[in-house]
Design a protein. Structure first.
Length: 324
């Protein structure tokens, strides 16, 4: 049976995040020929509308309010609750990002809906939509489905294979003013700390450093390798706690959960907390001078050696590989 699915579009500094297209791909599957509505908070350009249409949006619903230009928990919770109450969709999908996992539970609570969070897979069997999500820090996976009422789920970035964009598609744009009041947080200035131009949660390749980098300067060869590979730079909690890097780079259970195609762990022992954030990576390469380091138990490939010797050698070899 076809369904009407609502998807929240997330952008950063005016650019649509890749997770928005992944969620649209999942929405198309769930809709089964029905309608997919992409919800945008604030302004949207014609080019962005076309992008959303190419990845499956039939309608782009723009929620307008001055307090939605910058994210706030109160603003997004109020606005999206009103949007869902107005549209009354069969399913709601949001990216499981820092923003999505902040306001999605609040919206679900206000609407009296169950929420299936951090989903890594979506399948449709007849009229049933089945979600796959990790449990016990990624050691096991469970399947969940909504037996009655509106489906509400968040999708982990970098897990849904993007559909091929259909350049012949177009989307209708509707604008709606929403009532946003009593914003308890006033944002006066935003100071961004970033690992680079590539978002860790959406990166296809990540090069991470741990306590073995020994200092902030120890990240230099890791950053050089990342530049050559077009990768994001991550870190273990131990490296962050030691002051070698900013916490925005932390990968792990209390940091960012990532699922890249390739994860290179340099000088990372492999504590359970760190493994919880990266063990679902498609390919894991570990570089550590301790042959008994726990990271080797989850690695697909392991190199026993000093990262300050191994990483520069890898960098030089990758420089010789022609760009694809």
């Amino acid at each position: 049976m076809s369904k009407h699915v609502v998807v929240v579009v997330e952008s950063r500094e005016g650019t649509l995040r890749n997770v928005s297209f992944e969620v649209l791909t999942a929405a198309q599957k769930i809709a089964s020929g029905g309608n997919v509505t992409a919800v945008v908070f604030g302004a949207v350009t014609e080019e962005q509308v076309q992008q959303l249409a190419q990845y499956g949006a039939d309608t782009v619903h723009v929620a307008q309010h001055a307090d939605l230009q910058t994210y706030s928990t109160d603003g997004y919770t109020q606005a999206f609750t009103q949007v869902v109450e107005t549209i009354k969709p069969d399913a709601v999908l949001i990216g499981h990002t820092a923003i999505g996992r902040d306001y999605a539970p609040r919206v679900a609570a206000r609407l009296g809906l169950g929420l299936i969070s951090d989903c890594t897979g979506v399948t449709v069997e007849g009229d049933e939509v089945i979600f796959t999500r990790p449990i016990y820090a990624g050691k096991l996976f469970q399947t969940k489905k909504v037996t009655s009422g509106t489906i509400f789920a968040t999708i982990r970035p970098n897990n849904i294979e993007l559909a091929e964009p259909d350049t012949s598609r177009t989307a209708q744009v509707t604008e709606t003013a929403v009532d946003v009041t009593n914003i308890r947080t006033v944002i006066q200035n935003i100071v961004r700390k970033t690992t680079g131009t590539i978002d860790l949660t959406e990166a296809k390749i990540i090069v991470s450093g741990g306590r073995g980098v020994k200092s902030a300067d120890g990240f230099a060869p890791i950053k050089e390798l990342a530049d050559v590979l077009g990768a994001a730079v991550g870190a273990s909690r131990a490296a962050c706690d030691a002051g070698y890097c900013d916490y925005s780079m932390q990968v792990g259970q209390t940091g960012k959960v990532v699922t890249p195609d390739l994860y290179i762990a340099c000088g990372i022992s492999g504590a359970v907390q760190h493994l919880a954030g990266m063990s679902n990576s498609k390919i894991i390469i570990a570089i550590n001078k301790d042959p008994d380091a726990p990271i080797f138990k989850v690695a697909d490939y392991g190199i026993v050696g000093d990262l300050f010797e191994v990483v520069p050698l890898l960098t030089e070899e990758f420089k010789k590989v022609p760009a694809v």
